[in-house]
Design a protein around this ligand. Structure first.
Ligand SMILES: C[S@@+](CC[C@H](N)C(=O)[O-])C[C@H]1O[C@@H](n2cnc3c(N)ncnc32)[C@H](O)[C@@H]1O
Length: 223
């Protein structure tokens, strides 16, 4: 596995959390979240106890197999689809055309394609994923759409409903506002935008404001 990207990100995180209280808080969160997605006690203890001085070469040579198994297989093929089925799909109304904005590899679209209540599924992202080519289904299209193309794309595509799962926190605040404004302007009356977010951010408040400023043309749901 190539770990150089993670090594750099890890260094950036350490620089940002020099404050001891914050550092301890993050470690206690890591401890519970890593266990909850299926990592072994040995993995969690090693990672948390060596967090500040992690030797990436040793860490990956010791746990490469476990990371692949838990993260790629357990998390993305089991935990995430189960979560979408229970927590996200019930909120999406029966639709002819669904847009998954920031679809990533397409896990949600895979799950939606099995449901009878959706006819056409379009996943867009600013990056292309190899998984797009492996998932062939007549109901499904994946496309790269950059921000500058989004407004036109949306007007042309006219989806009935839009879903964003774990996408907004990848955008700067101004970018979030631009996307939500375009969506709000373009969506048909009665459309729904379903947003799943779990990242803490001081920038989340304006999203709540969007939720409260309901108009009769588009519904924003937050839970
Ligand atoms: C954490 S992943 C979530 C992927 C997928 N929605 C899921 O739930 O598995 C975030 C995705 O948002 C995409 N993304 C970030 N900014 C975006 C933008 N401006 N437009 C579309 N996709 C974006 C990233 O490329 C990445 O694939």
């Amino acid at each position: 596995m190539s770990y150089s990207q993670y090594k750099n990100e890890h260094r950036e995180i350490l620089d940002k959390i020099a404050n001891k209280k914050l550092h301890d808080y993050i470690l206690s969160n890591l401890q519970s979240s890593l266990s909850s997605i299926g990592f072994s006690n040995e993995f969690v203890d090693y990672f948390v106890n060596n967090f500040s001085e992690l030797n990436f070469e040793q860490f990956y040579s010791k746990f490469d197999e476990e990371i692949k198994k838990v993260y790629d297989i357990g998390f993305f093929q089991k935990i995430v689809p189960d979560y979408f089925s229970k927590q996200v799909i019930p909120h999406i109304p029966e639709s002819n055309k669904i847009l998954d904005l920031g679809c990533g590899t397409g896990i949600l679209i895979h799950t939606l394609a099995k449901e009878q209540k959706f006819q056409e599924l379009i996943g867009i992202d600013i990056n292309e994923y190899p998984e797009w080519k492996q998932f062939i289904n007549p109901k499904v299209t994946f496309k790269i759409i950059k921000e500058r193309e989004f407004d036109n794309f949306l007007k042309k595509t006219q989806p009935d409903n839009i879903i964003l799962t774990w996408t907004l926190h990848h955008m700067e605040y101004d970018e979030q506002v631009r996307y939500l404004t375009d969506i709000f302007k373009t969506m048909k009356k009665g459309s729904r935008i379903v947003i799943l977010e779990d990242s803490y951010s001081e920038k989340l408040l304006p999203i709540m404001k969007f939720a409260r400023n309901r108009t009769n043309s588009c519904e924003f749901q937050i839970w």
